[in-house]
Design a protein around this ligand. Structure first.
Ligand SMILES: [Zn+2]
Ligand SMILES: [Zn+2]
Length: 359
């Protein structure tokens, strides 16, 4: 017997009425089982992480605009309480614990999907952007794209793996590095960075962490960074990276920051044949790099955008085996407005997870 759930008619959700409007907690309808389309499932959320992308979506400051009114959020973990009638060959069932990531759904049949770049599908549905996201008690998601959450990890710890974790995991996976190589992580003490240190260590990489302040230094070194560079104290980051790597420079850099200088520096401190992985999504900044040295040093500059279903499963499984842990602060849904303010003024360290079981 699958578990029986009583699904309410309405729920609390954090709604942004139009681009740039303040987020407000409102009572909104919950879809009934009969209203779900084939392939859709209704997930009762345990918790959801808050990502910088949610703030971009709410402000409307990206070249791509979110649907409004918008329920944001794309790092949700919860349990499936209903599946759309006439859903064929669902890989998940009622009662399963699953994660909702940025890529909510894709067609699975276009060239991008067939090649494993589901995130580039032209029919992609994006949680909390062009479909309602996880800043609510219930979310409609898609049976073929939700990420099964294994035992061994609690929901709060799994939440931020679904976006921050998957994003850095895939970037490191495709960074053209091998065990023993040096990887530079600017912003290593932040939400993405502290997970990147751990995924890099799992792959046997040697980590150079760039960030600032004693607290972040302690965290980065605890998580396995071998070299620490404080960007406020360093007189020359490029020289410091080269010195730490025997003069040649690092094999790769995964740049999650929004500042163009982070990219320019990376081309300078990478060794010949090195790879720059661009991950951050600043709305406007251009990528400034010396064409001469990109060519002369045979540098690869690659973009890496979130991850597909397989990346998500791998990133979550590694965390569930205890090899990666997310450092987060727990808040409740009504705190979202304050959390956005904290992200704007840079006072949020690590990740924030909203516990949906506390209203
Ligand atoms: Zn995100
Ligand atoms: Zn597709």
């Amino acid at each position: 017997m699958p578990p029986q759930y009583i699904i309410p008619k309405t729920q609390k959700a954090a709604v942004v009425a139009s681009a740039g409007a303040t987020v407000e907690i409102k009572e909104v309808p919950v879809k009934t089982e009969a209203e779900l389309a084939p392939g859709e499932c209704l997930v009762k959320l345990h918790c959801t992480g808050v990502c910088h992308t949610d703030l971009h979506a709410a402000l409307g400051d990206w070249p791509l605009k979110a649907n409004t009114p918008l329920i944001g959020g794309h790092e949700g973990v919860g349990e499936i309480v209903a599946i759309g009638p006439n859903t064929a060959s669902s890989p998940v069932k009622i009662g399963d614990r699953v994660g909702i990531k940025w890529l909510a759904d894709s067609c699975l049949d276009c060239e991008h999907c067939r090649k494993g770049r589901e995130q580039n599908c032209l029919k992609a549905k994006l949680s909390g952007f062009n479909v309602d996201g996880t800043f609510a008690e219930y979310v409609v998601s898609y049976v073929h794209h939700v990420t099964p959450i294994p035992e061994g990890i609690d929901s709060n710890s799994a939440a931020s793996i679904l976006c921050a974790g998957v994003t850095v995991y895939r970037a490191i996976k495709y960074s053209q590095t091998e065990a023993g190589d040096w990887i530079v992580l600017p912003g290593a003490g932040g939400g993405l960075g502290h997970l990147a240190i751990q995924y890099a260590r799992v792959r046997g990489l040697r980590v150079i962490a760039i960030d600032s302040g004693e607290e972040k230094k302690k965290l980065c070194l605890e998580l396995g960074a071998e070299v620490w560079i404080d960007f406020k104290e360093s007189k020359d980051i490029v020289a410091d990276v080269k010195a730490a790597t025997g003069g040649e420079g690092a094999h790769s850099a995964v740049v999650t920051t929004a500042s163009p200088s982070g990219y320019k520096q990376a081309v300078d401190y990478l060794r010949c044949g090195g790879t720059l992985m661009a991950v951050g999504l600043p709305g406007q900044a251009g990528l400034e790099a010396s064409i001469f040295f990109t060519v002369f040093k045979s540098i690869s500059i690659l973009g890496s955008y979130v991850g597909n279903r397989q990346d998500a499963r791998e990133a979550v499984d590694i965390a569930a085996r205890g090899q990666v842990r997310c450092v987060y602060a727990k808040k409740a849904l009504p705190d979202l407005k304050d959390v956005y303010e904290g992200i704007t003024n840079g006072s949020v360290a690590g990740r924030v997870v909203l516990d949906m079981t506390e209203q």
